[in-house]
Design a protein around this ligand. Structure first.
Ligand code: DQQ
Length: 583
């Protein structure tokens, strides 16, 4: 069956080209995935540069990493697999590296679990997920690349020894591949199987990300009685025209009350469908219903199902994957953050590329209209010295330095308040057609405003010649107020001016301003700033490479560049220790 109507497919190619060039021409550069740099992909790191390495984010000792794969909790141990190049600092030679942890923060690295070795994966072992089968038996589904044209099939792997607490060795049985694309599927865009879920009929379901024609992204569904023989469903779980190829789909129920996670795929729940869009390199999700009779997902009418929709993170965050953690009844998501240097030679020179972001607990906002994310509580065990500020007023142009902690490696929680909304600048209706990041590009932290810009200047030099501001700006639109949260890398570094992707990332925050307060939390870690606005309603990750604001030379300020005075109601900041990562 053709999933795109004639009318929409006529417009598909022009729409996709326009989208592509708009994104390219704005300050957001598109990075193609799986770009091969033959001359660099097997160049072992000679020197691993330490200056911008992170202290408490997950990184291997050296070389390139990308997508987190198959996160799971099994017999008291968290497992993180990830796409890794053992031979170089650019993408290529990908294996499934494997690390284990008791707390999601401190890790032990093990030998790679899955690597190309059989006809069904000899050209690549790409992303996938874990499912714990009845009888407490974990199984991994992953994408194998079987030829130089990048033809993709779906394979499985099982632990060699279930009594090994770390599940070090994985076997890829000879009845692989389990799934080969039929003629209706684009064979080079058919990948990243989800965790399987079971329907009321007792049959398993999985989806893979794919592309139909030029622009329809889709989640192709397969069903199985025994996990071995898989049959393609007549319809995809969902598809959306104009979004390009879907990678790393994730589909899960969320509870309508409270913050606990769910693992049962009943019809009564609300669902999240998240996809990583290769076209923009952002992650979009919708909320909706799962019609278990038709086996189709239907986004809620007010959940925007396009590249204008909600993003898990408005910055450098991609290929995320969630898992249900039964030990704490929560759903946790992991995302990968790529480097922001444009030339692969830069990564090759520094001997490493890519980090995994701090795992986040995720749940449904009480409005039912969006997700909320917050760093897992275990991160707080790394907090050391603490400073507190309260009731500090900042007039227009004033800044207050936060001293007494290590600003290059810190965790900061702050609540700002203001007396009135009257000074909010008016929202130009033209901006309704723009992305939030482009509004932030026009209205940076040093463009004086009314209510805002105010926030934190992170990884800053004393006089802010280098700094990455994370800040709010409140606008008055016709019907309501609009709150913009920006994480602006424009002035993050004095060096690499030509070769850095210094994006002004931003998202709007759907927040009630009745109490005239706005809060944010920023995890600052040498070359990464993860920001959670309004309790985790809008999240933004930036990668930055200061030259002066490094280590002990980095500063942290709170600032206000708007005419409305802003009060720091409370600010708690901690120095952060180093995560123990055993290589
Ligand atoms: N990365 C993997 C693919 C996936 C992409 C290959 C997303 O399986 O689609 O390294 O970053």
């Amino acid at each position: 069956m053709d999933y795109s109507s004639n009318k929409s497919s006529r417009w598909a190619l022009p729409v996709i080209l326009v989208c592509f060039f708009v994104i390219l021409l704005s300050n957001n550069v598109v990075f193609a995935s799986h770009k091969v740099f033959i001359h660099l992909q097997s160049q072992n790191a000679v020197n691993v540069h330490t200056v911008h390495r992170t202290g408490y984010h997950f990184q291997p000792e050296k070389h390139w990493i990308n997508d987190p794969n198959a996160p799971m909790y099994f017999n008291g141990v968290y497992h993180l697999f990830y796409q890794y190049n053992p031979n170089g600092s650019v993408w290529g030679n990908i294996v499934w590296a494997h690390s284990v942890s008791k707390d999601l923060i401190n890790w032990i690295n093990l030998e790679p679990a899955i690597y190309p070795s059989k006809p069904f994966d000899q050209f690549g072992t790409w992303s996938g997920s874990a499912t714990i089968l009845p009888g407490n038996k974990p199984v991994i589904l992953y994408t194998g690349i079987i030829d130089a044209n990048q033809t993709q099939v779906q394979n499985y792997a099982i632990p060699a020894n279930l009594s090994d607490p770390y599940l070090r060795e994985w076997i890829k049985p000879d009845n692989n591949p389990l799934i080969i694309a039929d003629e209706s599927i684009n064979k080079t865009k058919f990948r990243d199987p989800t965790t399987a879920w079971m329907g009321k009929d007792g049959h398993w379901r999985i989806v893979m990300g794919s592309l139909r024609k030029h622009s329809r992204g889709l989640a192709i569904m397969y069903r199985s009685k025994d996990f071995m023989k898989w049959v393609k469903a007549k319809h995809p779980l969902h598809s959306t025209n104009g979004t390009g190829n879907w990678e790393c789909p994730d589909f899960y129920p969320v509870s309508s009350k409270g913050t606990d996670g769910l693992d049962q795929y009943g019809e009564e729940h609300k669902y999240v469908l998240k996809n990583s869009m290769d076209l923009t390199r952002f992650e979009y999700y919708t909320l909706g219903k799962y019609d278990t009779k038709k086996d189709r997902y239907v986004p809620d009418p007010d959940s925007v199902d396009s590249l204008k929709g909600l993003r898990l993170d408005y910055g450098n965050f991609y290929a995320s994957k969630s898992f249900y953690d039964p030990s704490k009844n929560r759903r946790v998501i992991w995302g990968w953050s790529n480097e922001s240097d444009i030339f692969p030679e830069d990564d090759n020179a520094k001997g490493w590329a890519g980090i995994q972001l701090i795992p986040r607990k995720v749940w449904l906002d009480p409005s039912g209209k969006q997700l909320v994310q917050w760093p897992v509580e275990e991160l707080e065990t790394l907090r050391t010295q603490k400073v507190q500020l309260s009731n500090k007023k900042m007039n227009n142009g004033e800044k207050i330095e936060v001293t007494g902690i290590t600003p290059a490696q810190a965790d900061v929680e702050v609540t700002f308040s203001f007396a009135s909304l009257d000074k909010a600048e008016s929202f130009d209706p033209k901006w309704n057609d723009m992305y939030a990041q482009d509004v932030c590009g026009l209205k940076g932290a040093d463009v004086q405003g009314g209510l805002g810009p105010f926030g934190l200047a992170t990884l800053a030099t004393e006089n802010l010649e280098e700094n990455t501001p994370v800040f709010f700006r409140v606008f008055k639109a016709q019907q309501n107020y609009k709150v913009l949260l920006c994480s602006d890398a424009k002035r993050s570094t004095l060096k690499f001016n030509e070769t850095m992707y210094k994006a002004s990332f931003a998202g709007f925050v759907d927040v009630d301003l009745a109490d005239k307060k706005l809060s944010l939390r920023s995890l600052i870690d040498n070359s990464v700033i993860e920001t959670f606005g309004a309790g985790g309603k809008t999240c933004i990750t930036s990668r930055v490479y200061p030259t002066l604001a490094i280590n002990d030379e980095a500063h942290l300020f709170a600032f206000n560049n708007g005419t409305e005075p802003i009060t720091i109601e409370s600010l708690d900041a901690w120095s952060m220790g180093k995560a123990k990562i055993q290589y």
